[in-house]
Design a protein around this ligand. Structure first.
Ligand code: F3S
Length: 418
């Protein structure tokens, strides 16, 4: 591949992987047939290059190739596009102009033409890409990585745009980090004094873990099995906003370790930490600290992308009610799930209340908020962590019901109701 026998794009991809693998100290590459990356480009990228040619864009931005390759060959592994910058139906609502939309469409079509599935979500596991236990993957997206490593027992490091693009074309990724058995054991033991049940509590627990653990692998003790996967979707996203926990073990729930001892590989933990009610409150305080008031003009639900139960719950809470004038309510999900929500009638209910079901993007990734928005409410620790810095808005954080109340009244409820 490196010699160019499979074309210059594959040679550039292999060159990238060899450089990357050498820096990491990987002994070899491993085959992968499951790659999730992000290679959609818009006008910002074209402007820097002075061309909107998809081959040139892919060559420069995805393959880090100084020389424009002649042609990008079709992908050799199962590959999908993660979340993108626009909603294919509501791009005008996002504030995009027609020319920008056109460039994004062109980029998306190009990726599709080389065989990339346009799933357009940060949660590919919700729309058909569910890797098996032990499967070597190359995935980006900090909320998806702990989900597939921990819940499913698949194996991936948190990859980047360039390494995933190279992996799609070669079917290889450096064999290091979480691909190796010996790097998948826990070193920290986490206990909890709090009965963590709701999605909001799991979110706070995850955020606190990221704060304290940074990038170690923990095992969490004492959680009964049967935890709702939606809560764990939020848990992983929060954990990787405040920290970088790519894998955790929770005996009885996650895929690999049946006991705390097995997770620790028979060794004593380097540290034992305990999550308390005080910690839960501290997360709540921290995530609301940037807001100077309770008035809300934008509500965002669906980070990571909402699953069907979340869309149904929002429809239930909004049914027969009316979002306050001057408040914009958006819930985000993948296009595939929006279609199901439409068929189930939930989309109509939400729209009748004055809200919108948006798809394939999110404010933090697409860098947009409704025109004039100053303070938003969300049930996502990740979105409130990032969006104020990206879009210069204030953020309020509460559970889904509190966010719905904010949408209906224009005010975030008092702390007791968060
Ligand atoms: Fe997904 Fe955007 Fe949140 S990418 S995890 S909805 S910040």
């Amino acid at each position: 591949m490196a010699d160019g026998a499979s074309g210059d794009a594959v040679a550039a991809a292999m060159d990238l992987l060899i450089r990357y693998g050498n820096i990491l100290g990987a002994e070899r590459l491993v085959e992968t047939n499951n790659v999730c990356g992000a290679s959609i480009y818009g006008p910002r990228h074209s402007k820097v290059l002075g061309t909107g040619d998809p081959v040139a864009l892919f060559s420069e931005w995805s393959l880090d190739s100084k020389k424009k390759v002649q042609q990008i060959s079709p992908v050799v592994s199962h590959a999908c596009q993660l979340i993108g910058p626009r909603d294919p139906l509501n791009w005008e609502l996002q504030g995009l102009d027609a020319a920008t939309n056109e460039e994004i469409v062109k980029s998306e079509q190009y990726l599709a033409s080389i065989g990339v599935s346009i799933l357009s979500t940060c949660t590919p596991y919700q729309v058909g890409n569910v890797p098996s236990r032990g499967e070597h993957c190359a995935w980006m997206e900090s909320s998806a990585v702990p989900y597939i490593n921990s819940l499913l027992g698949a194996r991936t490091n948190t990859e980047g745009r360039e390494s995933t693009a190279a992996a799609m074309l070669t079917g290889r990724i450096p064999y290091w980090g979480l691909h190796l058995d010996e790097n998948r054991h826990a070193t920290y033991l986490v206990r909890t004094d709090v009965d963590v049940r709701t999605m909001h509590e799991w979110s706070a627990f995850g955020y606190w873990m990221g704060w304290h653990l940074r990038d170690v692998i923990p095992v969490i003790e004492g959680i009964p099995g049967g935890v709702d996967p939606i809560a764990l979707k939020q848990f992983g996203a929060s954990m990787n906003s405040s920290g970088d926990v790519e894998l955790y073990h929770m005996p009885g729930t996650t895929a690999e370790a049946a006991s705390v001892e097995q997770a620790l590989n028979g060794k004593a933990p380097e540290q034992i930490i305990t999550f308390t009610q005080k910690d839960m409150d501290a997360v709540d305080e921290h995530l609301n600290a940037g807001a100077t008031g309770d008035d809300i003009d934008f509500v965002m639900i669906g980070c990571p992308h909402a699953n069907l139960d979340q869309v149904r719950e929002v429809a239930r809470l909004l049914e027969g009610r009316r979002i306050m004038d001057g408040v914009v309510f958006w819930i985000f999900t993948p296009s595939a799930l929006r279609e199901v929500a439409r068929r189930n009638g939930w989309l109509d209910i939400i729209e009748r209340a004055g809200g919108k079901v948006m798809a394939d993007t999110c404010p933090a990734i697409g860098q947009f908020v409704p025109k004039g928005a100053k303070r938003f409410a969300t049930d996502s620790a990740k979105q409130v962590h990032y969006l104020p810095q990206i879009m210069n808005v204030e953020g309020r954080y509460g559970d889904t019901a509190a966010c719905i109340e904010a949408a209906l009244t224009g005010r975030m409820p008092e702390r007791s109701a968060r």
